[in-house]
Design a protein around this ligand. Structure first.
Ligand code: 1HN
Length: 357
Protein backbone atom coordinates (compact mmCIF):
# COMPACT_ATOMS: atom_id res chain seq x y z
CA UNK A 1 0.00 0.00 0.00
CA UNK A 2 1.39 3.39 -0.97
CA UNK A 3 2.13 6.03 1.58
CA UNK A 4 -0.31 8.40 -0.17
CA UNK A 5 -3.24 5.99 0.45
CA UNK A 6 -2.21 5.40 4.06
CA UNK A 7 -2.04 9.11 4.61
CA UNK A 8 -5.42 9.50 2.94
CA UNK A 9 -6.92 6.80 5.23
CA UNK A 10 -5.39 8.38 8.31
CA UNK A 11 -6.57 11.81 7.24
CA UNK A 12 -10.09 10.51 6.60
CA UNK A 13 -10.18 8.87 10.03
CA UNK A 14 -9.01 12.09 11.68
CA UNK A 15 -11.77 13.96 9.87
CA UNK A 16 -14.37 11.36 10.91
CA UNK A 17 -13.20 11.57 14.53
CA UNK A 18 -13.35 15.35 14.53
CA UNK A 19 -16.83 15.39 13.00
CA UNK A 20 -17.94 12.80 15.52
CA UNK A 21 -16.96 15.11 18.38
CA UNK A 22 -19.52 17.61 17.04
CA UNK A 23 -22.23 14.95 16.41
CA UNK A 24 -21.68 15.10 12.67
CA UNK A 25 -20.67 12.54 10.09
CA UNK A 26 -20.03 12.11 6.35
CA UNK A 27 -20.85 9.12 4.17
CA UNK A 28 -18.16 6.47 4.45
CA UNK A 29 -17.09 3.68 2.08
CA UNK A 30 -18.08 1.06 4.67
CA UNK A 31 -21.68 2.33 4.92
CA UNK A 32 -24.29 0.06 3.36
CA UNK A 33 -26.46 1.47 0.57
CA UNK A 34 -28.67 4.31 1.79
CA UNK A 35 -31.42 3.58 -0.72
CA UNK A 36 -32.45 0.37 -2.41
CA UNK A 37 -34.17 0.32 -5.80
CA UNK A 38 -37.30 -1.09 -4.16
CA UNK A 39 -38.27 -2.20 -0.60
CA UNK A 40 -35.97 -4.88 0.81
CA UNK A 41 -37.91 -6.06 3.84
CA UNK A 42 -36.32 -8.17 6.57
CA UNK A 43 -39.78 -9.49 7.38
CA UNK A 44 -40.34 -13.05 6.18
CA UNK A 45 -43.60 -14.58 4.96
CA UNK A 46 -45.01 -16.65 7.82
CA UNK A 47 -47.77 -19.21 8.34
CA UNK A 48 -49.29 -20.34 11.66
CA UNK A 49 -51.50 -23.43 11.58
CA UNK A 50 -54.72 -23.59 13.61
CA UNK A 51 -53.82 -26.98 15.11
CA UNK A 52 -50.49 -25.69 16.48
CA UNK A 53 -52.02 -22.47 17.77
CA UNK A 54 -54.83 -24.34 19.58
CA UNK A 55 -52.32 -26.58 21.36
CA UNK A 56 -50.05 -23.66 22.31
CA UNK A 57 -52.98 -21.58 23.56
CA UNK A 58 -54.11 -24.42 25.82
CA UNK A 59 -50.55 -24.68 27.05
CA UNK A 60 -50.24 -20.99 27.95
CA UNK A 61 -53.71 -21.19 29.52
CA UNK A 62 -52.52 -23.98 31.79
CA UNK A 63 -49.11 -22.46 32.56
CA UNK A 64 -49.40 -18.68 32.64
CA UNK A 65 -51.38 -16.73 35.18
CA UNK A 66 -53.06 -13.55 34.03
CA UNK A 67 -51.19 -11.32 36.50
CA UNK A 68 -47.86 -12.04 34.83
CA UNK A 69 -47.34 -9.98 31.68
CA UNK A 70 -49.60 -6.98 32.14
CA UNK A 71 -52.92 -8.68 32.90
CA UNK A 72 -53.17 -10.13 29.41
CA UNK A 73 -52.44 -13.73 28.40
CA UNK A 74 -51.43 -13.46 24.76
CA UNK A 75 -49.66 -15.64 22.25
CA UNK A 76 -47.70 -13.27 20.05
CA UNK A 77 -47.29 -14.06 16.36
CA UNK A 78 -43.59 -13.41 15.89
CA UNK A 79 -41.58 -12.92 12.72
CA UNK A 80 -38.11 -14.45 12.45
CA UNK A 81 -36.84 -11.57 10.35
CA UNK A 82 -37.82 -8.84 12.82
CA UNK A 83 -36.51 -7.94 16.29
CA UNK A 84 -40.13 -7.80 17.55
CA UNK A 85 -43.68 -7.72 16.24
CA UNK A 86 -45.52 -9.54 13.50
CA UNK A 87 -44.80 -6.99 10.77
CA UNK A 88 -42.64 -3.83 10.62
CA UNK A 89 -45.50 -1.78 12.11
CA UNK A 90 -47.91 -3.95 14.07
CA UNK A 91 -48.14 -6.79 16.58
CA UNK A 92 -50.75 -9.51 16.20
CA UNK A 93 -51.40 -11.70 19.24
CA UNK A 94 -54.06 -14.20 20.23
CA UNK A 95 -55.57 -13.52 23.61
CA UNK A 96 -56.68 -16.50 25.70
CA UNK A 97 -58.99 -15.69 28.59
CA UNK A 98 -60.45 -18.23 31.01
CA UNK A 99 -63.91 -18.18 32.63
CA UNK A 100 -64.00 -15.70 35.52
CA UNK A 101 -60.88 -13.81 34.49
CA UNK A 102 -60.63 -10.02 34.18
CA UNK A 103 -58.11 -8.32 31.92
CA UNK A 104 -57.88 -5.09 33.92
CA UNK A 105 -58.33 -1.53 32.63
CA UNK A 106 -55.51 0.36 30.97
CA UNK A 107 -54.88 2.65 28.02
CA UNK A 108 -52.03 3.24 25.62
CA UNK A 109 -50.99 5.45 22.73
CA UNK A 110 -50.98 2.43 20.41
CA UNK A 111 -54.25 1.87 18.54
CA UNK A 112 -55.69 -1.60 19.06
CA UNK A 113 -58.39 -3.81 17.67
CA UNK A 114 -59.91 -7.14 18.58
CA UNK A 115 -61.40 -9.70 16.18
CA UNK A 116 -63.27 -12.44 18.01
CA UNK A 117 -62.16 -15.94 16.96
CA UNK A 118 -63.89 -18.38 19.28
CA UNK A 119 -66.10 -18.57 22.36
CA UNK A 120 -68.85 -16.55 23.97
CA UNK A 121 -69.55 -14.77 27.21
CA UNK A 122 -66.79 -12.16 27.37
CA UNK A 123 -67.40 -8.44 27.23
CA UNK A 124 -65.14 -5.46 26.82
CA UNK A 125 -65.57 -1.89 28.08
CA UNK A 126 -64.06 0.83 25.87
CA UNK A 127 -64.14 4.35 27.35
CA UNK A 128 -67.20 3.43 29.41
CA UNK A 129 -69.12 1.61 26.69
CA UNK A 130 -69.69 -2.09 27.23
CA UNK A 131 -69.80 -4.50 24.29
CA UNK A 132 -70.44 -8.22 24.25
CA UNK A 133 -67.83 -9.95 22.13
CA UNK A 134 -69.23 -12.46 19.65
CA UNK A 135 -67.44 -14.57 17.06
CA UNK A 136 -66.61 -12.51 13.98
CA UNK A 137 -67.12 -9.12 15.69
CA UNK A 138 -64.52 -6.40 15.27
CA UNK A 139 -64.12 -4.17 18.34
CA UNK A 140 -61.89 -1.08 18.27
CA UNK A 141 -59.78 0.38 21.05
CA UNK A 142 -58.71 3.71 19.51
CA UNK A 143 -55.47 5.30 20.76
CA UNK A 144 -55.62 6.34 24.43
CA UNK A 145 -59.08 4.85 25.16
CA UNK A 146 -59.49 2.93 28.41
CA UNK A 147 -60.24 -0.77 27.91
CA UNK A 148 -60.79 -3.85 30.05
CA UNK A 149 -62.27 -7.29 29.39
CA UNK A 150 -64.13 -9.81 31.53
CA UNK A 151 -64.99 -13.40 30.69
CA UNK A 152 -68.32 -14.46 32.17
CA UNK A 153 -68.73 -17.58 29.99
CA UNK A 154 -67.86 -21.17 30.92
CA UNK A 155 -65.24 -22.11 28.30
CA UNK A 156 -61.96 -20.40 27.32
CA UNK A 157 -62.38 -17.60 24.82
CA UNK A 158 -59.91 -16.46 22.17
CA UNK A 159 -59.59 -13.39 20.02
CA UNK A 160 -57.04 -11.69 17.80
CA UNK A 161 -55.46 -8.48 19.13
CA UNK A 162 -53.64 -6.15 16.76
CA UNK A 163 -51.74 -3.07 17.97
CA UNK A 164 -49.57 -0.65 15.97
CA UNK A 165 -46.84 -0.95 18.61
CA UNK A 166 -43.83 -1.00 16.28
CA UNK A 167 -45.05 2.09 14.44
CA UNK A 168 -45.61 3.99 17.68
CA UNK A 169 -42.22 2.84 19.00
CA UNK A 170 -40.43 3.92 15.82
CA UNK A 171 -41.82 7.42 16.40
CA UNK A 172 -40.92 7.37 20.11
CA UNK A 173 -44.53 8.18 20.96
CA UNK A 174 -45.23 5.43 23.52
CA UNK A 175 -47.53 6.24 26.44
CA UNK A 176 -49.19 3.81 28.84
CA UNK A 177 -51.36 4.21 31.91
CA UNK A 178 -52.79 1.57 34.23
CA UNK A 179 -55.91 1.96 36.35
CA UNK A 180 -56.44 1.43 40.06
CA UNK A 181 -59.87 -0.04 39.30
CA UNK A 182 -59.91 -3.38 37.46
CA UNK A 183 -63.02 -2.46 35.43
CA UNK A 184 -64.37 0.92 34.31
CA UNK A 185 -67.76 2.27 35.26
CA UNK A 186 -70.22 1.61 32.45
CA UNK A 187 -72.13 4.46 30.83
CA UNK A 188 -75.89 4.40 31.23
CA UNK A 189 -76.69 3.96 27.53
CA UNK A 190 -75.68 0.53 26.23
CA UNK A 191 -74.10 0.33 22.76
CA UNK A 192 -73.80 4.12 22.66
CA UNK A 193 -71.46 4.40 19.64
CA UNK A 194 -73.39 1.75 17.74
CA UNK A 195 -76.71 3.49 18.32
CA UNK A 196 -75.30 6.76 17.02
CA UNK A 197 -73.19 5.59 14.07
CA UNK A 198 -73.77 1.86 13.52
CA UNK A 199 -76.13 2.20 10.57
CA UNK A 200 -73.23 3.49 8.49
CA UNK A 201 -75.67 5.54 6.41
CA UNK A 202 -76.97 8.11 8.93
CA UNK A 203 -75.64 10.13 11.85
CA UNK A 204 -77.12 12.11 14.71
CA UNK A 205 -77.89 15.83 14.30
CA UNK A 206 -75.68 18.34 16.11
CA UNK A 207 -72.86 15.87 16.18
CA UNK A 208 -69.70 17.38 17.62
CA UNK A 209 -67.39 14.47 16.98
CA UNK A 210 -63.99 15.15 15.43
CA UNK A 211 -64.26 13.25 12.12
CA UNK A 212 -60.66 11.96 12.23
CA UNK A 213 -61.43 10.07 15.43
CA UNK A 214 -63.76 7.20 14.58
CA UNK A 215 -66.75 7.42 16.93
CA UNK A 216 -67.87 3.85 16.10
CA UNK A 217 -66.34 1.20 18.37
CA UNK A 218 -67.95 -2.02 17.22
CA UNK A 219 -68.61 -3.74 13.88
CA UNK A 220 -70.79 -6.80 14.40
CA UNK A 221 -70.19 -10.05 12.52
CA UNK A 222 -73.79 -9.99 11.36
CA UNK A 223 -73.67 -6.54 9.76
CA UNK A 224 -70.21 -6.87 8.22
CA UNK A 225 -70.88 -10.34 6.77
CA UNK A 226 -74.19 -9.13 5.40
CA UNK A 227 -72.32 -6.33 3.59
CA UNK A 228 -69.83 -8.87 2.22
CA UNK A 229 -72.65 -11.11 0.96
CA UNK A 230 -74.19 -8.15 -0.85
CA UNK A 231 -70.83 -7.25 -2.42
CA UNK A 232 -70.29 -10.85 -3.59
CA UNK A 233 -72.75 -10.11 -6.40
CA UNK A 234 -70.26 -7.62 -7.93
CA UNK A 235 -67.54 -8.45 -10.47
CA UNK A 236 -64.46 -9.83 -8.64
CA UNK A 237 -61.49 -7.62 -7.77
CA UNK A 238 -58.59 -9.12 -9.76
CA UNK A 239 -56.31 -9.45 -6.71
CA UNK A 240 -58.69 -9.93 -3.79
CA UNK A 241 -62.01 -11.15 -5.24
CA UNK A 242 -64.64 -9.69 -2.89
CA UNK A 243 -63.06 -7.51 -0.22
CA UNK A 244 -64.61 -4.76 1.89
CA UNK A 245 -62.78 -2.44 4.22
CA UNK A 246 -64.26 -1.56 7.61
CA UNK A 247 -64.76 2.19 7.55
CA UNK A 248 -65.03 5.23 9.74
CA UNK A 249 -68.64 6.22 8.98
CA UNK A 250 -67.85 9.94 9.36
CA UNK A 251 -64.96 10.11 6.89
CA UNK A 252 -65.38 7.03 4.71
CA UNK A 253 -61.70 6.34 5.49
CA UNK A 254 -60.28 3.35 7.33
CA UNK A 255 -61.85 2.42 10.69
CA UNK A 256 -58.51 3.11 12.43
CA UNK A 257 -56.07 5.84 11.35
CA UNK A 258 -53.06 3.54 11.01
CA UNK A 259 -54.43 -0.01 10.73
CA UNK A 260 -56.57 -1.27 7.84
CA UNK A 261 -59.17 -3.99 8.44
CA UNK A 262 -60.77 -5.93 5.61
CA UNK A 263 -63.30 -8.74 5.32
CA UNK A 264 -62.66 -10.82 2.23
CA UNK A 265 -64.39 -13.64 0.40
CA UNK A 266 -62.81 -15.86 -2.25
CA UNK A 267 -65.47 -17.58 -4.33
CA UNK A 268 -65.17 -21.34 -5.02
CA UNK A 269 -62.35 -22.11 -7.44
CA UNK A 270 -61.08 -18.49 -7.49
CA UNK A 271 -57.42 -17.97 -8.42
CA UNK A 272 -56.62 -14.25 -8.20
CA UNK A 273 -54.05 -12.34 -10.18
CA UNK A 274 -50.72 -11.60 -8.50
CA UNK A 275 -49.71 -8.17 -7.21
CA UNK A 276 -47.43 -6.47 -4.74
CA UNK A 277 -47.79 -3.35 -2.66
CA UNK A 278 -46.06 -1.47 0.10
CA UNK A 279 -47.46 -2.28 3.54
CA UNK A 280 -47.63 -5.55 5.43
CA UNK A 281 -50.64 -7.84 5.81
CA UNK A 282 -51.79 -10.50 8.26
CA UNK A 283 -54.64 -12.82 7.28
CA UNK A 284 -56.85 -14.84 9.60
CA UNK A 285 -58.74 -17.61 7.82
CA UNK A 286 -62.29 -17.63 9.16
CA UNK A 287 -63.48 -20.48 6.95
CA UNK A 288 -62.58 -22.45 3.86
CA UNK A 289 -59.39 -23.92 2.46
CA UNK A 290 -57.00 -22.49 -0.06
CA UNK A 291 -53.50 -21.33 -0.77
CA UNK A 292 -51.57 -18.10 -1.05
CA UNK A 293 -48.42 -17.94 -3.14
CA UNK A 294 -45.97 -15.42 -1.64
CA UNK A 295 -42.80 -14.64 -3.63
CA UNK A 296 -43.00 -18.09 -5.21
CA UNK A 297 -43.65 -20.09 -2.00
CA UNK A 298 -47.07 -21.72 -1.66
CA UNK A 299 -48.77 -21.67 1.75
CA UNK A 300 -51.72 -24.08 1.99
CA UNK A 301 -54.19 -22.76 4.56
CA UNK A 302 -57.36 -23.85 6.33
CA UNK A 303 -59.81 -22.42 8.86
CA UNK A 304 -58.13 -20.89 11.92
CA UNK A 305 -54.71 -20.37 10.23
CA UNK A 306 -52.82 -17.08 10.10
CA UNK A 307 -50.60 -15.87 7.28
CA UNK A 308 -48.28 -12.84 7.22
CA UNK A 309 -47.17 -11.15 3.98
CA UNK A 310 -44.16 -8.80 3.96
CA UNK A 311 -44.12 -5.39 2.26
CA UNK A 312 -43.69 -5.57 -1.52
CA UNK A 313 -43.95 -9.40 -1.61
CA UNK A 314 -45.75 -10.71 -4.70
CA UNK A 315 -48.88 -12.60 -3.69
CA UNK A 316 -51.97 -14.29 -5.15
CA UNK A 317 -54.79 -16.26 -3.54
CA UNK A 318 -56.48 -19.53 -4.45
CA UNK A 319 -59.70 -21.00 -3.08
CA UNK A 320 -59.11 -24.78 -3.32
CA UNK A 321 -62.79 -25.68 -2.93
CA UNK A 322 -65.10 -26.00 -5.93
CA UNK A 323 -68.27 -25.42 -3.91
CA UNK A 324 -67.50 -23.46 -0.70
CA UNK A 325 -66.38 -19.85 -0.30
CA UNK A 326 -63.33 -18.98 1.80
CA UNK A 327 -63.67 -16.05 4.20
CA UNK A 328 -60.65 -14.12 5.47
CA UNK A 329 -60.18 -11.28 7.93
CA UNK A 330 -57.25 -9.10 6.91
CA UNK A 331 -55.24 -6.58 8.88
CA UNK A 332 -52.73 -4.26 7.21
CA UNK A 333 -50.86 -1.00 7.72
CA UNK A 334 -51.91 0.52 4.38
CA UNK A 335 -53.82 3.48 5.96
CA UNK A 336 -50.58 4.62 7.64
CA UNK A 337 -48.64 4.29 4.37
CA UNK A 338 -51.30 6.18 2.42
CA UNK A 339 -51.29 9.05 4.93
CA UNK A 340 -47.52 9.33 4.59
CA UNK A 341 -47.60 9.21 0.78
CA UNK A 342 -45.79 5.86 0.76
CA UNK A 343 -48.42 3.56 -0.71
CA UNK A 344 -47.60 1.92 -4.05
CA UNK A 345 -48.93 -1.15 -5.74
CA UNK A 346 -48.43 -2.95 -9.03
CA UNK A 347 -49.78 -5.99 -10.84
CA UNK A 348 -47.28 -8.78 -11.49
CA UNK A 349 -47.54 -11.19 -14.42
CA UNK A 350 -48.12 -14.77 -13.18
CA UNK A 351 -44.98 -16.02 -14.93
CA UNK A 352 -42.81 -13.56 -13.00
CA UNK A 353 -44.04 -15.03 -9.70
CA UNK A 354 -43.36 -18.60 -10.81
CA UNK A 355 -39.86 -17.69 -11.98
CA UNK A 356 -39.16 -16.00 -8.62
CA UNK A 357 -40.01 -19.27 -6.86
C1 1HN B 1 -53.02 -5.23 25.14
O1 1HN B 1 -53.15 -4.12 25.87
C2 1HN B 1 -54.12 -6.07 24.90
O2 1HN B 1 -55.66 -4.65 25.98
C3 1HN B 1 -53.96 -7.20 24.13
O3 1HN B 1 -56.29 -6.66 25.56
C4 1HN B 1 -52.76 -7.51 23.55
C5 1HN B 1 -50.41 -7.05 23.18
C6 1HN B 1 -49.33 -6.26 23.40
C7 1HN B 1 -49.42 -5.12 24.19
C8 1HN B 1 -50.62 -4.76 24.77
C9 1HN B 1 -55.45 -5.76 25.52
C10 1HN B 1 -51.64 -6.71 23.76
C11 1HN B 1 -51.76 -5.55 24.55
Amino acid sequence: MSEAVMTDTAQRQALVDELNEYNCRVAQPTDGPLFTRDPQSAMQPAHWKARDLERLLEKIGANLKLEAGGQRRTLRLANRGLPFGTTPTFWASIQYILPGEIATAHRHAASALRFIMKGRGADTIVDGERYEMNEGDLVLTPAWTWHDHEHKGDKPMIWLDVLDISLVRSMHATFFEGSAEPRQPVSSIPDHSYRRYGSGIMKPLNDRTVPDVNPLLVYSAERSQEALRAAAGLPPDPFDDTALEYLNPLTGGSAMPTIGTVLQSLRPGMHTKAHRHTGSVVYYVMRGTGATIVDGTTFEWGAGDFLAIPPWAVHEHINRSSDTEAMLFQVNDIPALRKLGLYREEAVEPDAQRAAG
